[in-house]
Write a protein that binds this ligand. Structure first.
Ligand code: DOR
Ligand code: ZN
Ligand code: ZN
Length: 427
């Protein structure tokens, strides 16, 4: 099968758009040129100047299967990923059972392959059942195909346990991906320890609850030498610590979510759990530090922390509702419209942080659009404006605070290994 993507535009390194025809044969891009002749038996998709980028990569997704299929399944999560322009997603191990055995890893990979809508890379738990007590069998998990290790959903409370984990991970060439949260400081907080918490008399989660772990782990990883990655960085202090570690040449990386880049606790309209996530929405100063960190390379990647929950669960009130919001189907349009079009980030920087950078950091052979490379491709419509409406999400999770936000930059076509996984107007 030969597929010709006709009249698209690719982004060059200096952030300019260049017209290209792209020819795909099987799973590979075989030719990219300003004009390619239509040959016999070629399927042609005219793109009318739309943007063509490498398939998006999201290193932080909760697929909820096994155990929480009411919230999401590998199938619905993969469909949502494809629709959001993602070809590769890494899924977090806080399922039931937790992804802490080779069998669980294998089951997820198998089901994702059956569905075939996205490449799913499971993370394995650092500790058994994510209880922070006993390390999992890293070697067996690696054999089974995990991409990295994380106890996401909870912080690893014991410094000793974390250091042991880093030692073993380093020996095996695995990365430690950390949800940074000190329970003695976070207590049972439900929002940021700031103006919103005060106004509503809620228990707040202070910035140090995150930054203490970031600082601690940087020191531990410095001694061990392991690659250490900070999940959903949300505070000015954490950004400062990562920047300092990087300036010494340490292998520390970080990700930030679209919601922490676009929202602050001051903008939460009322006691609405659709604005409840962990880490919580922080202050305007924190948000500014995140954008500065993104801009100067301290924060290399944007990841969604796609965290589907049922609306019944989300209706339980600010204190009882579970943490988390969905992100796969809105990440690119939100970032393009409210970060790139506002002049805070270049389009080429946004694309890098959602494609080449995550691949580079985790040593994945994806995230590049070039002749001879795998045809993981996303086509974006930079013009049409549409409102975010969770009613038509493919994800089971409708829990987003972005309903009604007007966005441009919607994915209209996604190819995984040369096969169409999403096409606009397909239903
Ligand atoms: O908001 C969040 N949701 N933060 C987490 O750490 C966990 C996640 C979830 O699993 O729902
Ligand atoms: Zn987390
Ligand atoms: Zn998470």
């Amino acid at each position: 099968m030969r597929l010709l993507l006709q009249n698209g535009q690719i982004l060059s390194k200096d952030n300019t758009l260049v017209k290209k025809d792209i020819l795909i044969e099987g799973s590979k891009v075989v030719q990219m040129a300003s004009e390619i002749q239509v040959g016999d038996g070629m399927q042609v998709i005219p793109l009318a100047g739309k943007l063509v980028i490498p398939g998006l990569i999201d290193m932080h997704v909760h697929l909820r299967e096994p155990g929480f299929e009411k919230k999401e399944t590998i199938e619905t999560g993969s469909l949502a990923a494809a629709r959001g322009g993602f070809t590769t997603i890494a899924c977090m191990p806080n399922t039931r059972p937790v992804i802490d055995t080779p069998k669980t890893v294998e089951n997820i990979i198998q089901e994702a392959e059956r569905v075939g809508k996205a490449r799913v890379l499971p993370l394995g738990a650092i500790t058994i059942r994510e209880l922070g007590q006993e390390l999992t069998d890293f070697e067996a998990l690696k054999q089974a195909g995990i991409v990295a290790l994380s106890d996401d959903g909870v912080g690893v409370q014991s410094s000793h346990m974390m250091k042991e984990a880093m030692r073993k991970a380093h020996e095996l060439g695995l990365s430690i991906v950390a949800h940074c949260e000190d329970d003695t400081l976070a207590k049972n907080g439900c929002v940021h320890d700031g103006e919103f918490a005060k106004k509503h008399g809620l228990q707040g989660i202070p910035n140090e609850a995150e930054a203490i772990h970031v600082g601690r782990d940087i020191l531990l990883a410095e001694d061990v030498g392991v690659h250490y990655h900070v999940c959903h960085i949300s505070t000015e202090q954490s950004v400062r610590l990562v920047r300092e570690a990087k300036s010494r040449g340490q292998k520390v990386t970080a990700e930030v979510t679209p919601h922490h880049l676009l929202l602050t606790d001051g903008e939460i309209p009322g006691l609405d759990p659709l604005y409840k996530m962990n880490p919580p929405l922080r202050s305007a100063e924190d948000r500014a530090a995140l954008i500065a960190g993104l801009k100067d390379g301290t924060i290399e990647i944007i990841a969604t922390d796609h965290a589907p929950h049922t609306l019944e669960e989300k209706a339980m009130g600010m204190e009882k509702a579970p943490f988390g919001i969905v992100g796969l189907e809105t990440a690119f349009p939100l970032m393009y419209t409210h970060l790139v079009r506002t002049g805070e980030l270049l389009l080429s920087e946004l694309v890098e942080k959602m494609t080449r950078k995550p691949a580079e950091i985790f040593g994945l052979p994806y995230g590049e659009l070039a002749e001879g490379k795998r045809a993981d491709i996303t086509v974006i419509d930079l013009e049409s404006e549409k409102e975010i409406d969770p009613a038509n999400f493919y994800s089971k999770g409708k829990n987003t605070p972005f309903t009604g936000w007007k966005c441009q930059g919607w994915p209209v076509l996604t190819l995984l290994n040369g096969t169409i996984t999403y096409q606009e107007n397909e239903r």
